[in-house]
Design a protein around this ligand. Structure first.
Ligand code: UN1
Length: 511
């Protein structure tokens, strides 16, 4: 790291209250954690930035007990008052947007514009949740019994466990935390061990807002590994909801553990997202969209485009343009404004990418460009295009790297069938100017994903919609629309204001 960069890093960390070594758990106060040290590595240089002392099982227990106490107080606050605290949190994030966005880039490696975008996503979530705090509506129904009234209401649920991945170190916390907070829940956050500093910095910001409002410590934090934090949390009967983002394998084991105790889980797991481009599509638009969706965030979004279906009439020309565009992208320092693609998160991610490319070639794929890791400091790779066919099993896997598999098709029905043939079901797009093709893609026989776009890439969803996917993606929905409902418990209430006791369904039971 150059001196200049080192200076920049230390002033960034200082402005966010991050020290050389930080405690890894917060329960209203910072706990003097005693687990192994987690070193945070800058993926651009491979050098350590600072460290966090991880949380042990006993320390997790303290955070969990505190979150129950915080919940019992917080649930009595009127929802709009809870919204006011979230509004202030949004303001505080506006103030720290540059520093926090910079830290995301430093620790995770996405380009600065995306690091800042993530903080913006948190701010947007805060604004949305403030509005929600006055709109946690229940329905009222007409009772079949005379002089009876029936309605439903939504109550706070309890402490929520939030498990997030390295690739969106703050935004995914905000999808859950802003909504859970206005719903009256407390929470325990288990962030990725690859981005612990961001979690410490964000929790410090949240702490100040809580203290300024004399609010209970609803934003708990426990940075630690699976055995010390993940497992006790998913098995903890005091935590009615576990919201987890990560791999399918992780989601499967969390889903089982939570189901075993009949808890609720909200799973946002892998994607293997496809874009279909028809002969009549606007090629310029499609090209830009494919680039952002496949190369953006170095292919490390769950919404990254991993499969491209080209209709035969445009396939050759589109491939040529795409190869040229890929070759023009030089991975580099994500802090530099001109960089479009930063490093992968760590050496393991580079190895996984190399292994996937080797497997693809073995299975008959042809590398059109890229295909190599870049020697030198940091974890840089070349964005890679592979001509593939749907018989290649590797194309059913999500490799968290910038590999795009290209297929060709004649008829739209075949492209949709192939598109839907993978186990995952997160995001999908079609590029077409034909209204019939667009509507067919969106019809019940069209895309089987939780997100389906027309003339927009698969990534970069807005927070106003419900975010999540089907099949092995896990079925959960977060952020906007009515996703708040999973953070609350529904109660159906019937009130008899008469003098009689009529029974439903006309049942007679007179003594
Ligand atoms: C993720 O990669 O886990 O739609 C989330 C998007 C972002 C969120 C991605 N808003 O690409």
């Amino acid at each position: 790291m150059t001196v200049q960069t080192a200076d920049r890093v230390s002033s960034l960390l200082a402005s966010l209250g991050v020290e050389a070594e930080n405690p890894g758990a917060f329960d209203g106060s910072w706990i003097d954690t005693s687990g192994p040290l987690i070193e945070s590595i800058n993926p651009t240089t491979g050098e350590p930035i600072a460290s966090v002392r991880s949380t042990t099982r006993e320390e997790y227990e303290r955070v969990a007990a505190a979150s129950v106490v915080a919940f019992e107080q917080w649930r009595t606050w009127p929802a709009p008052k809870r919204g006011e605290v979230v509004r202030q949190l949004g303001d505080e994030l506006r103030r720290h947007k540059d520093a926090l966005g910079g830290l995301v880039t430093l620790e995770m490696g996405k380009i600065l514009s995306e690091g800042l975008g993530e903080v913006q996503e948190m701010i947007d979530m805060a604004d949305l949740a403030v509005g929600m705090s006055r709109q946690l509506y229940g329905l009222s129904m007409h009772s079949e019994r005379p002089e009876h009234r029936m309605y439903e209401q939504w109550h706070p649920l309890g402490p929520v466990g939030i498990i997030t991945a390295f690739n969106f170190p703050v935004a995914v916390w905000a999808w859950n935390a802003m909504v859970a907070a206005v719903c009256g829940d407390s929470m325990i956050w288990k962030p990725s061990a690859k981005t612990p500093l961001t979690a410490v910095a964000l929790t410090r910001i949240a702490q100040r807002v809580l203290e300024a409002n004399d609010a209970p410590a609803i934003f708990g934090l426990a940075i630690g590994d699976r055995n010390q934090v993940g497992k006790p949390m998913t098995e903890d009967r005091r935590i009615p909801l576990i919201s987890a983002t990560g791999s399918v394998a992780m989601g499967r084991s969390i889903g089982k553990a939570v189901a075993e105790r009949l808890g609720r889980s909200l799973l946002e797991l892998g994607g293997n997202n496809g874009i279909i481009i028809t002969d009549d599509a606007d090629q310029d638009l499609a090209l830009r969209a494919v680039l952002f969706a496949a190369v953006g965030t170095a292919g490390q979004r769950c919404t990254t485009t991993r499969r491209l279906f080209l209709q035969k009439g445009i396939a050759e020309s589109f491939k040529t343009r795409l190869v040229d565009a890929y070759k023009s992208i030089t991975p580099g320092d994500p802090m530099e404004a001109s960089t479009l693609m930063g490093p992968l998160v760590d050496g393991r991610a580079v190895e996984d990418m190399k292994a996937a490319i080797a497997t693809a070639v073995e299975q008959g794929g042809q590398v059109l460009c890229g295909g190599e890791a870049i020697e030198g400091d940091g974890y840089f790779v070349q964005p890679t295009l592979i001509e593939a066919n749907t018989q290649m099993p590797i194309t059913c896997d999500e490799t968290f790297a910038p590999i795009l598999y290209i297929f060709e098709f004649d008829r739209l029905e075949d492209a949709v069938r192939d598109h839907n043939s993978v186990p995952q079901g997160l995001s999908s797009s079609i590029f077409t100017t034909n209204v019939l093709s667009a509507e067919r893609f969106l019809s019940p026989a069209g895309s089987d994903c939780g997100i389906a776009n027309v003339n927009i890439g698969t990534s970069g969803a807005e927070i106003g919609g419900a975010f999540g996917g089907e099949k092995e993606t896990g079925g959960g929905r977060e952020a906007g629309s009515d996703s708040w409902k999973i953070y609350m418990r529904r109660q159906t209430c019937t009130i008899n204001y008469g003098d009689e006791l009529p029974l439903a369904q006309g049942v007679e039971f007179d003594v």
